[in-house]
Design a protein around this ligand. Structure first.
Ligand code: 5RP
Length: 235
């Protein structure tokens, strides 16, 4: 898929999501990643143009908080709210029948899940390359772990059938990638992921695991930008 086209699809899905699901006065979750950034820009257009001037935002990463502020959006501490009205976020894989998601290639999975967990309407936006038959088809499962004794946590994950790889830093591949929560990420390929919900529970029960990138029953809407249209996936 050509990058220019893919960006147009992401942007079209983002614009549709903001224009359809965000109303003035709402608390809005800002997702992380290149697709979610298009939604931040669209929100900022409305906010700075006088529509949606009473929205308040919470961010799912330091990076998107900085971008939101750069675009003049009111980014608040997430502790100020018990509920978020709508969050617009991306995904790495989407299983359309169940709306199961794989997230975390950008490393923001913990905050993305924390915000999604209190969101009334979690809207996932993506280009059509993100739709998959089975979760784990294109990407490993990112598992955020405490740096202390991470190699022992990795061994425990191997007993579940994972082949974990410590994610390297983008700037210095000799060093591990560090999340906003100061943790490491183990990218885990599984030989068999036919039951993602079961695996999600098993991974979560491993000592040393902080969170993982399987999002089960968290998405309410999935919006896809394709070559010729934007459409909502129906389950
Ligand atoms: C970050 C994420 C992103 O939403 C996911 O990686 C999709 O990113 P992009 O829109 O750039 O493809 O989960 O942790």
């Amino acid at each position: 898929m050509e990058a220019q086209n893919q960006n147009q699809m992401k942007q079209a899905a983002a614009m549709y999501a903001v224009d359809t699901y965000v109303q003035d006065g709402m608390v809005v979750g800002l997702g992380t990643g290149s697709t979610a950034e298009f939604a931040v820009k669209r929100l900022a257009e409305h906010f700075n143009g006088g529509n949606l001037k009473n929205i308040r935002c919470v961010a799912t990463s330091d990076q998107i908080a900085a971008m939101g502020r750069l675009f003049n959006l009111p980014v608040h501490d997430s502790n100020e709210f018990v509920q978020v009205d709508v969050t617009i976020d991306g995904a790495d894989e989407i299983e359309p029948k169940s709306f199961t998601l794989l997230k975390g290639q950008g490393g923001a999975l913990l905050r993305e899940k924390l915000v999604a967990a209190v969101t009334r309407m979690e809207v996932i936006i993506a280009d059509e390359s993100k739709l998959v038959q089975q979760i784990g088809q294109n990407f490993p499962i990112p598992v955020e772990v405490t740096p202390f004794a991470w190699s022992q946590t990795s061994l425990r994950l191997q007993t579940l059938g994972a082949s974990p790889l410590l994610r390297p830093s983008k700037n210095n591949p000799e060093k591990p990638f560090i999340t906003d929560g100061n943790n490491f990420v183990l990218d885990c390929r599984f030989a068999n992921l036919s039951d993602p919900e079961r695996m999600a529970n098993l991974i979560k029960s491993v000592i040393g695991v902080v969170e993982h990138g399987l999002f089960i029953n968290m998405a309410h809407r999935v919006i896809i930008g394709s070559h010729d249209a934007v459409y909502e996936v129906t389950r």
